[in-house]
Design a protein around this ligand. Structure first.
Ligand SMILES: C[S@@+](CC[C@H](N)C(=O)[O-])C[C@H]1O[C@@H](n2cnc3c(N)ncnc32)[C@H](O)[C@@H]1O
Length: 214
């Protein structure tokens, strides 16, 4: 049988993914495990490193934000997309999540990457146009996983565009609610859907909904 080449880092950093300039602590990392032991459990799936976020980051390397843009990362979870944008493009990022339990994980990941992310606990449904007007770009990964999320996300997009947000980029593995979101966003908001494949840190293909205004 052919021997598999060992990642030279694997022995020393088996719990860290180094990719696109960021270090992402996996769920198995001792510090992450320690935080998990302190919590009784997460409520809405913000409990690991999600692959869609790496596809989103990869897409953003091709279509990066202006340096020092104000960015909102909706359903930020552990905040890896936020950290990537802050580190690579000096973006001023607010990570919004309905689950306060993700905050210590986001803080840990940000500390390891030596960057500052503002965390806001709350649902995207309650963001006002005034709040949204502070942002140039809205990003999200894997945030449309229930049917009930489709209409509030469409409302968020409409409010954000009305507030002057220039670009909205949402990555997803392609669950049925996401396709429903895409259908409405293409019809009513002139959205585009693209497929994006990455080969590192995993070989995977995801879908990206993009809405842009001049
Ligand atoms: C599948 S995880 C993805 C996390 C992160 N975007 C990533 O890719 O690593 C979905 C995240 O959305 C958050 N979430 C779910 N409903 C939300 C809502 N209504 N408003 C804000 N965040 C929400 C969850 O708490 C969770 O952290």
């Amino acid at each position: 049988m052919k021997k598999q080449a060992l990642d030279p880092e694997a022995k020393t950093k088996p719990h860290i993914i180094e990719h696109l300039g960021i270090s992402a602590l996996r769920s198995t990392h001792p510090e992450v495990r320690k935080l998990k032991r302190q919590q009784s459990g997460h409520s809405a799936h913000g409990n690991k490193v999600w692959r869609s976020s790496f596809v989103l980051m990869d897409y953003l390397t091709t279509y990066p934000p202006e340096p020092a843009s104000q960015v909102l990362d909706v359903g930020c979870g552990w905040g890896l997309t936020s950290i990537f944008l802050a580190k690579e493009y000096a973006a001023k990022v607010t990570g919004l999540d309905i689950d306060s339990g993700v905050e210590p994980f986001l803080r840990l990941q940000a500390q390891v990457n030596q960057c500052e992310i503002k965390f806001q606990c709350g649902g995207f449904e309650s963001l006002t146009e005034t709040e949204l007007s502070a942002f140039h770009l809205i990003v999200a990964a894997d945030i449309c996983f229930w049917d009930e999320m489709v209409d509030p996300l469409l409302d968020l997009f409409r409010d954000a565009l009305a507030a002057g947000v220039k670009r909205i980029v949402i990555a997803d593995p392609g669950r049925p609610p996401f396709w429903s979101l895409c259908e409405h966003a293409v019809e009513t908001l002139d959205a585009e859907i693209v497929t994006r494949r990455i080969y590192e840190p995993w070989r995977t293909e995801k879908f990206i909904l993009v809405i842009e205004r001049a």
